[in-house]
Design a protein around this ligand. Structure first.
Ligand code: ATP
Ligand code: MG
Length: 414
């Protein structure tokens, strides 16, 4: 029979082991610690949803909906989509699970998301996000708190110095309409200088031209009118309150009046935390206020604000965390001691010690193998004159603890 061919991993997915996992876990556990400090509760939602959840809430004209979603018909003929982000699914749950009764809700979650993109460094088809949202809060304090959470997360990950918070406002609906008009007039004047993609955006979603990564668009985008001249007094006051709150909380920021968010329903606050260390994939965390989204899903008007961060991108910029060491590695140097050793190991593990055991392969080489395992101490088992003897080596505190748990140093061979 011909040798079976090993199926390949799907392009843009990752398999992680060793340091890569330690980095990933460090990002996740730091997030979990910091979100508790801010009173954000953990939630879980499905990895897939009815396609309409994303199509309606993200807006048909966004890159994500128009070309990046993993959408398929299931066996029952329903169109389902692997989540490309968390916000839409959380808002769907807010409505269908009756979470409105708990508003304002401060939510945190993390997990895999899926986008059909061209894979490259820091850009995958299955990647992972941290996500934080405040649903049902209209006040600028919610924006400030959410930004402070992001800022402290980056600080505790040790990357606050290399990352800048870029802040903008997209105003309210009236502001945005006026600004949109001014932008369209500007881009129309410079039609000939725009990329094909941006010409299409001009018809459908002109704000997105400001965000273009195509170098041909940059001069026209950079000379486009800013939003400030069009801000209504309410929108201006909202932005002012966010800025004051950030300053009071000691969160550093810079204004980027070119910053827009990909999704159609963003209002007021929009922001990105950007590092210069990841090239074109420099945005590690991004979000904003999306006051219109829940209405687009058929719910009542519900103001909300949130952000998502790419776990892989954060994991790439942090310092490698110290690898976790076992407390004890056990070397069984004589097979007659194996049963005893396993009994002791069970006792140590039940007492909360991290223990591994080497009891296979050549008995003579087991101690040597144990010395190569990252562990604070070694516990060895040998047999002398019919007695199983234990020997401890390494970190004093760990050894003392283990000795207290295993007080008898010699057992007769059974
Ligand atoms: P980009 O401009 O890099 O495509 P985006 O605006 O599409 O980002 P968001 O939808 O705001 O990204 O997602 C939030 C975060 O998720 C991003 O800031 C980034 O850190 C991360 N991210 C987005 N797409 C990918 C991807 N394909 N692979 C890895 N991380 C990603
Ligand atoms: Mg994208």
């Amino acid at each position: 029979m011909a040798k079976a061919e090993t199926p390949k991993a799907i392009r843009g997915t990752q398999d992680m082991l060793g340091e890569q996992v330690e980095r990933f876990q460090h990002v996740v556990s730091t997030f979990d610690r910091v979100r508790r400090l801010y009173g954000f509760q953990r939630v879980e939602i499905p990895v897939f949803e009815a396609t309409a959840v994303f199509a309606r809430s993200l807006g048909e004209t966004t890159d994500v909906v128009s070309k990046e979603m993993y959408t398929f018909e299931d066996r029952g003929g329903d169109s389902v989509t692997l989540r490309p982000e968390f916000t839409a699914g959380l808002c769907r749950a807010y409505l269908t699970e009756g979470w409105q009764q708990y508003a304002p809700l401060k939510l945190a979650t993390h997990g895999p998301v899926f986008r059909y993109e061209r894979p490259q460094k820091g850009r995958y088809r299955q990647f992972h996000q941290l996500d934080a949202e405040v649903i049902g809060a209209a006040e600028p304090q919610a924006d400030v708190e959410l930004l402070a959470l992001a800022d402290q997360l980056l600080y505790e990950l040790g990357i606050a110095d290399g990352v800048t918070l870029q802040l903008n406002t997209l105003g309210d609906a009236a502001t945005r309409d006026a600004w949109r008009g001014a932008l369209v007039a500007h881009f129309e004047k410079h039609r000939g200088e725009l990329s094909e993609d941006s010409l299409a955006r001009l018809e459908r979603n002109p704000l997105r031209i400001l965000d273009s990564k195509d170098p041909r668009d940059r001069p026209v985008a950079d000379s486009a009118p800013g939003i400030d001249a069009h801000l209504t007094s309410e929108a201006g006051a909202f932005f002012e309150a966010v800025i004051k709150g950030l300053d009071a909380a000691g969160v550093a920021w810079t204004r980027n009046d070119r910053l827009v968010r990909g999704l159609d329903y963003y209002r007021h606050t929009a922001f990105e935390f950007v590092t210069d260390r990841l090239g074109a994939q420099g945005t590690v965390l991004a979000g904003g206020r999306y006051d219109g989204l829940i209405e687009a899903l058929g719910g009542p008007h519900t103001p909300a604000v949130g952000w998502a961060a790419g776990i892989e991108r954060l994991a790439m910029v942090i310092e490698a965390p110290e690898a976790e060491k076992l407390d004890i590695v056990v070397a069984v140097e004589d097979d007659r001691a194996t049963a005893r050793a396993f009994k002791d190991v069970a006792c140590l593990r039940r007492s909360g010690l991290m223990v591994d055991i080497i009891a296979t392969g050549s008995a003579r080489k087991r101690y040597d193998k144990a010395t190569k395992v990252p562990a604070k101490s070694i516990l060895s088992y040998v047999v002398r004159e019919g007695l199983i003897l234990t020997g401890f080596h390494g970190d004093g505190e760990t050894v003392d603890r283990a000795k207290r748990l295993l007080p008898i140093e010699a057992h007769p061979v059974a």
